[in-house]
Design a protein around this ligand. Structure first.
Ligand code: SAM
Length: 232
């Protein structure tokens, strides 16, 4: 079990992140890749991209950045007091967020493009569950129907399903609607949420539960939706 007493002191971000007029634009170094993704040109955020990043542990400085320390607390606040038997963290990275939330879960499946990140993630989270390595877009169809009580997508949609009602956004919403049991919760955590969360908020298979916005430097929305009885 990870030792909570070893909490690091916050330090400034070391990753090259940027914002314009208070709107967080993501990692500046990735700008060209995002443009390629939006234009449908190749696979700019493929598995190799993330495996290379994770050669160095914690490439985004999640462990120590003050923004991420606060964000984890805001996500836990938005989650409320509920407990979940089986959770699924999609694009878990090294599970800094999932580890912070672990007291809410009995088990957690972790999915990430980078296998090296998943090994560190499982050690950090300290809960049972499966590690699913590889590109989410290839494993969507294999997600078992009604398997999960909670699905978490934090800071990942802009890498694979950035455009509301685009083909990937629709495919992903369909897969998540199938994978969540009725009454299960979906938690989305993203900047530019008016854009990335738009299709999810309007999707009739999900009911709005609550949204919490963190506006410290970067504006990030934590959106909690519930899977309702509409067929997937
Ligand atoms: C910015 S990190 C966020 C990590 C974690 N969710 C958090 O909020 O602390 C994005 C993660 O998504 C993963 N990822 C991006 N695209 C993916 C894809 N197509 N399939 C699976 N994982 C992906 C990356 O490997 C990376 O670990």
């Amino acid at each position: 079990m990870p030792d909570d007493s070893l909490r690091p002191e916050p330090t400034p971000d070391k990753a090259p992140r940027t914002s314009l007029f208070g709107i967080y634009l993501g990692d500046f170094a990735d700008a060209k890749r995002h443009v390629k993704l939006w234009l449908g040109l190749g696979d700019p955020f493929g598995v190799d991209h993330f495996e290379t990043l994770y050669k160095k542990p914690d490439p985004w400085n999640y462990e120590r950045s003050s923004y991420d320390l606060v964000k984890r607390q805001v996500v836990e606040f938005a989650l409320g007091a509920e407990q979940y038997q089986r959770a699924f963290d999609v694009g878990s990275g090294e599970a800094h967020l999932a580890a912070h939330l672990r007291s809410h879960f009995t088990s957690i499946d972790l999915l990430d493009a980078a296998e090296s990140a998943l090994e560190r993630a499982r050690a950090r989270v300290g809960l049972p569950g499966q590690n699913l390595a590889g590109d989410l877009r290839k494993s969507l169809a294999a997600l078992a129907p009604g398997a999960y009580d909670l699905c978490l997508f934090s800071e990942v949609l802009y890498y694979f399903a950035p455009i509301p009602w685009g083909p990937l956004d629709r495919e992903l919403r369909h897969a998540v609607a199938r994978a969540l049991r009725p009454g299960g919760r979906l938690v989305l955590v993203h900047p530019l949420a008016f854009f990335y969360h738009r299709g999810w908020r309007a999707d009739p298979r999900f009911t709005f539960v609550r949204a919490v916005t963190l506006g410290a430097g970067r504006k990030v929305e934590v959106l909690v939706l519930e899977r309702n009885a509409q067929p997937a």
